[in-house]
Each structure stands twice: as C-alpha cells, then as structure tokens.
Design a protein around this ligand. Structure first.
Ligand code: GTP
Length: 365
C-alpha cells in the first residue's frame, strides 16, 4: 500500500454515546463493539497504520475506561495515546482537546476520523491531495443515493468546498449527492484555531467558520465502500461486509462465509452463514440457523432457533425455536423458547422474556 510521506499522526474520535445503537452501547462504547472478531476501532487503527500513520490519539469521553483497558494490552504496531475529555466536547472540541498530544509541525497534515465509519478510502491519496492543493482542510466526501438524511457538501469545479448545507427539506435544496464521510485531513495550525475548553461541532461550527474566513477547504470524492455503523442494521451490514471481504480491513486477513472465534461450539447440524460473526465461547445448538448476524461472546443460540440480520449481546441466551430477525438483543438477556422478535425490536440487557410471550405476525413463509 502507498504510504503518505508527510503524515504520521491521526486523531480518532471515539467519545460519542452511540445512542442509536442502544442498548449495545450501554456497557460498551460503539467503537469498542466487536465487529468481525475485533473491536471496530482496531479495523480503523490498522487501516491508518497501513497508510503511514505511526501515532494515533484516541479522543475519548464516554466510557473511556473501556478503551484504556483494551489499549493497555493491545499491540497494533502503532503508538496509541488516549486523550480523555472530562465533559464531552463534541467533534471539534475533541480535536482541539487532542492538540497538546500532537507533535507535528504547524503545517503538517493531521488525519482525523470518526470512530464509526467503515471505508475503503485511499487515506494516503487523501493526504496527497491535501498537500498538492495546499489546503487548510481536506474532506473525504461520499455520494449517497438519498441525500435527505445528511448535511450536504457541494464543491465547485476546482474541488473547493463552497458550502456546508443542513439536511435538505425540499427537492430544490438537494444541490449535490455528496456528504461528509467523517474523515478529514487538517493542517495542524487549523486545529490551534478551534476554541478550547467548550463544546464545538466540527460540522456546524468549525467548517462553516473556515469557509467564512476564506480558508481553503477542499473535497475528495471517493466512490468506494463507505458505511456509517451508527444504527443496528448498518452495524450488522458492516460486520457482514468485513467477514465476507466486501469491506477491506487488515484485521480480517482471511474473509469467508462466516467467522467463529475460539472456544465456541457450533452443533454439527447448525448453520452459521451469510457473513455472520460469532464471538468467543458461544454455543450454537442443534439445528440452529444464524445468517448475516453478529453474536457476541458467551451467548447461547438455542436449538432450532433462526437468527437473521441481528445482534445478540454478550452472554444473552436465546431459547429453542425462536425467530430473531433484524433485532438487537442486549447483553445477558434471556429469550424464552418460541419467541419471535422482528425488525426494530430491541431487548434491554438482562431482560428476561418468558417462553412464547412475543410473536409478531409476518408475511414470511
Ligand atoms: P449517536 O449518538 O448514535 O449519534 O452516535 P455518536 O455518539 O457516535 O455520535 P456521532 O455519530 O454524531 O459522532 C461522530 C463521531 O464523533 C463518533 O465517532 C463519536 O464517537 C465522536 N464523538 C461525538 N461526540 C464526541 C465528543 O463529545 N467527544 C469525542 N471525543 N468524540 C465524540
């Protein structure tokens, strides 16, 4: 892989509460949830490492202890420094808070990325573009089919960002399909200009402020793989794509139909398929069928149960002959035999659902 010459440092924003992924994020911050066998953060750190980053600042806030515990034991071939905000400072505030930990010179590029974005973007190419255009900030932009749910980032013909627009509400307001993909290169001195000690949104305050002040903000459009893992459905899709090899990660050296970690027992007539990821010490009992799902450590899938596109939390126990589809089962929950939980259902940690209490009607035959 081509490595960026000037770039050695990065800031990874991992301090958010991950509210859209509750209840999974009650015990574990989103970037530390296991995806294709390792915490999601590991996929991002190893991609940055392979692009030439040698030092990374983890900007933490919510459940910082979980990161610290993991990083103490991890050897990912890169220096990792943890910067923890006492109070969440937002995306821009977190970048500014990481500044004392950066050793780069004022004009050096610093890579910044959100902790929930899965992408195949050419990181080194992004930095090359940043340096060739002498930009103050370079944003990675991705086109989306339906831009209504996102803030839009239109470019002029030279690739210069001309506005940061709020979510469009009318057709006329959809002036581009390009959105901020959550990965940037900052000239280090631009980070100095972010106000310190108070919450700042990089999207709502820093970027519009740079445009108003005549800074050069450019965009690089990459049409490759991009996914924001913020919702349960996106989370299972991202994990599935990593396991199957549709999304690239150095932390998944051997993509295949499924990934089963050590200590797990899959009954001979059970099936684990469709890019499913099964953690450690999981039991998948006779005749069970697990498709496109993520099963965390020490969970049990009862005999004859079918699990589709779902997340089953650590230590959760699914009884026999259940059907779980597009659902999130919190850590330690007990789902009694024969329950049917369909799309959108979220079961809170340690909930105990008796046998056959929930059955939704479905068109599925
Ligand atoms: P939701 O609550 O589900 O929207 O998820 P989130 O908490 O991750 O928020 P969002 O997706 O808007 O955040 C984008 C990125 O910035 C994520 O990687 C967050 O971890 C990170 N982030 C958001 N707010 C803060 C903050 O106050 N401090 C730090 N260090 N990181 C933050």
């Amino acid at each position: 892989m081509w490595q960026a010459e000037g770039m050695t440092e990065a800031v990874l924003l991992v301090g958010g509460q991950g509210t859209r992924l509750r209840p999974l994020t009650i015990n574990t911050p989103k970037p530390m949830l296991p995806v294709a066998g390792v915490p999601f953060t590991v996929h991002q750190i190893t991609r940055a490492r392979d692009a030439g980053v040698t030092r990374i600042i983890l900007a933490t806030s919510y459940r910082a202890d979980v990161f610290r515990e993991f990083i103490d034991d991890a050897d990912l071939g890169i220096e990792i420094v943890i910067a923890t905000e006492d109070e969440p400072l937002g995306t821009g505030g977190a970048i500014r808070h990481a500044l004392p930990h950066l050793t780069s010179g004022p004009d050096d590029p610093v890579l910044i990325f959100n902790g929930d974005v899965l992408t195949g973007v050419d990181i080194a190419g992004l930095v090359r573009h940043h340096e060739a255009t002498n930009s103050d900030v370079t944003l990675y932009l991705t086109p989306v089919e339906d831009p209504r749910a996102y803030g839009l980032v239109p470019l002029d013909e030279s690739g210069r960002v001309i506005a940061f627009l709020e979510k469009p509400t009318t057709l006329e307001e959809i002036v581009t399909d390009l959105i901020n993909a959550g990965c940037y290169v900052f000239r280090k001195s631009v980070i100095d200009s972010i106000p310190s000690g108070r919450p700042v949104s990089v999207e709502r305050e820093t970027f519009p402020g740079l445009l108003a002040g005549d800074s050069l903000v450019t965009g690089v459009v990459d049409r490759g793989y991009w996914l924001d893992l913020g919702t349960p459905l996106a989370f299972v899709q991202g994990s599935r794509d990593l396991v199957l090899g549709a999304a690239p990660s150095p932390a998944v050296p051997n993509p295949g139909p499924s990934l089963v970690l050590g200590g797990s027992q899959i009954a001979p007539d059970a099936t684990v398929t469709g890019g499913s990821s099964v953690g450690r010490n999981v039991e998948v009992r006779a005749g069970a069928y697990v498709d496109g799902s993520v099963i965390f450590d020490s969970a049990v899938i009862g005999s004859g149960s079918r699990i589709y596109n779902s997340i089953v939390g650590a230590g959760a126990v699914i009884g026999s002959n259940c059907c779980i589809e597009g659902a999130v089962i919190g850590d330690g929950a007990m789902i009694g035999d024969g329950n049917e939980l369909l799309t959108g259902v979220r079961v809170w940690p340690d909930t105990n659902l008796a046998a056959l209490t929930v059955r939704f009607s479905s068109d599925r035959t």
